[in-house]
Every structure is written in C-alpha cells, then in structure tokens.
Design a protein. Structure first.
Length: 319
C-alpha cells in the first residue's frame, strides 16, 4: 500500500510534470520578462506570475504528499514511516462526513464511509474518492483530504500559463510586425541578443516555440478547470459523474443524446420483460406468496404457484 505520491517507483507522467514545470518557468523569467518595457510593468507582472507559480508548486506538493485514505483504514494501518507523510498530514482538508453510513471493505477488512472507494491502483480506500491522478501523485488518489489543494493547483496553473501565453503573443506581435520593429520590446530584444538583428530573429523563434508548447497546455488546463467547476457546482466527484454518465448510456430505451428534448420520443415505462427481477409482494394474501408485477395499468401477472393452483398442479414459485 502506498502512503502518498512520493513513494517509489515514481510514475513517468509525474516525472514529466515536474520536469516540464521548470522549463515553462525558464521561458518566462529568462526570455519574456526581460523583454517587457518599463520596470514597474516588469515588477507587477513578475509578482503576479511568481505568486501563481509558487501556489501551483506548493499545492501540487501537498496534494501528492497527503495520504487520502479513509480514516478507518488509516487507524487500522501501522504508523507511517514516511517523513513526508507525517509532516503534510496536518494540512489535509476534511473533516470526515458526519452521520454518513458506513460499509465494509473486504479488501481493507474495515468499515469505511459510504463515500469511500477502494482504488485498485493504490490498494486502499480513499475518503470521498474523486479520481486517481498520475500526473501529480502516482499511486495516490485525489479525495476529500486533498481535493481543495488539487483545485488550487488547477486554478493557479490556469492563471500563470494563460498569462504567459498572452505575453508570448504580445512579444511575437512586437517582433514580427515590421511596423513594430522600433518599439521598446524590439529594442530590449536587440539588447538581449547582444545588439544583433539575427539575434532578434532567434529570440522570436524561441518565443514562438514556447508559445506552441503553451497552447495545448492552456487548452487542456482550461478544460479541466471548467470540468471541475461544473462538478463543484453540482456537488459531485469525478467518479460519481462518470458513473452517472455510464448509467445514462446503458439505458436501453433512452433516446440518442444528440436529440433535443422536444424532439425526443417518450420513454416507455418499465415492464417485467425489461426488469425480470421486478417482484411485488402482496402483504394481504393468505399464502404470502409473491406475485410478479405486470405491465403498467394492468393486473399483476400470476406466478407459477398461481398457475399450478388453478390447474391443479402443485409447483413452487421462486423469486
């Protein structure tokens, strides 16, 4: 069982995340920020960017370090030996659900909260399981204890990557448009490139390359931010949302999801043929035998026991 996202072996996607982060920062501090005109502008933009990037780093670290296990599983397990787990555990965002039903996990061999789910990757029950994130915390999950930090990671990453992409577009326009070649940005680019015109073209190529890297990153992070904003508004987890979508797709009589509501055909009521396990027990019958429910609006269909009694043949009805 893994305690947190820093237990070995590390996942390749997690290593890619931590390797890509300094590359993006290098683009801003070494390439973009020195090209901005005005010292006050550079200080203001640099302060906002640094605050967002630092928030991303520390919240991502805490998200990976916090052990999201159900408290019953954590109480039954031996004390943590990982120093990182012990130092970040007080930062966990929960309290546990009050008055929530419990159920027994036969893998953890303890009673856990009903919102907990046993993750097959981590091999432990996670309190209010949201999803298993390989980008931030390999072999650890996002749950009630670290979901707030995960949302902070998404929001702050959205801020500094969008800001960096906007600055990249601004610099590209200032350096690529011939009429802007005498602007303050172009002059600082020449100074940055040791006064050479070819160096300005090299700076422009580097900015374009970084911008091409940032475009898919901003799009993906933006979609993720909108998705989790929708989940927070509905009060759902990612796991609950996926289960709900699967139930909608598995309904045999449901119309195609591309049909608008006024054009959608009516959904027929459930029948015994659609639900073979639909059984109604009539409390008032003398024999107390169950009767299978018939079509909507009709009388209950007789069971095999009723047919046997009517025909003089004894039989045993089963549910």
């Amino acid at each position: 069982m893994r305690e947190n996202g820093f237990d070995y072996p590390l996942h390749p996607l997690q290593c890619l995340t931590w390797a890509l982060f300094p590359v993006v920062l290098l683009d801003f501090y070494w390439l973009l920020l020195p090209l901005l005109p005005g010292e006050a502008t550079r200080w203001a933009v640099g302060t906002v960017y640094t605050a967002a990037a630092a928030t991303t780093f520390f919240c991502a670290w805490i998200t990976a370090a916090v052990d999201p296990r159900d408290p019953s599983v954590a109480a039954a397990a031996p004390p943590a030996t990982n120093r990182l787990a012990r130092c970040c555990e007080p930062l966990a965002l929960w309290p546990p659900p009050v008055g929530e039903d419990t159920c027994r996990c036969y893998l953890c061999q303890v009673h856990v909260f009903a919102s907990s789910k046993h993750c097959r990757f981590c091999d432990k029950c996670v309190l209010r399981f949201d999803h298993h994130c390989k980008w931030l915390n390999t072999r650890a999950c996002v749950g009630a204890k670290n979901y707030g930090y995960f949302l902070a990671v998404i929001a702050s990453t959205c801020v500094f990557t969008t800001m960096q992409l906007a600055l990249s577009v601004y610099v590209v326009v200032e350096l690529a448009v011939p009429d802007r070649r005498r602007s303050a940005v172009a002059a600082r680019a020449r100074r940055h490139a040791v006064g050479r015109e070819r160096g300005v073209d090299a700076v422009l190529a580097l900015v374009c390359a970084y911008a091409a890297l940032l475009v898919p990153l901003v799009v993906l992070i933006g979609q993720l931010a909108l998705f989790h904003a929708m989940l927070v508004r509905r009060g759902l987890t990612t796991y609950e949302y996926i289960l709900g979508e699967q139930r909608v797709d598995e309904r045999p009589s449901a119309p195609p999801r591309t049909i608008c509501e006024p054009c959608a055909p009516p959904i027929p009521p459930a029948t015994p043929e659609d639900s073979p396990d639909l059984v109604v027990v009539e409390r008032g019958r003398g024999d107390g035998s169950p009767r299978r429910a018939g079509p909507a609006g009709g009388s209950p269909a007789p069971t095999s026991g009723d047919i046997g009694a009517a025909g003089g043949v004894s039989s045993t009805s089963t549910i």
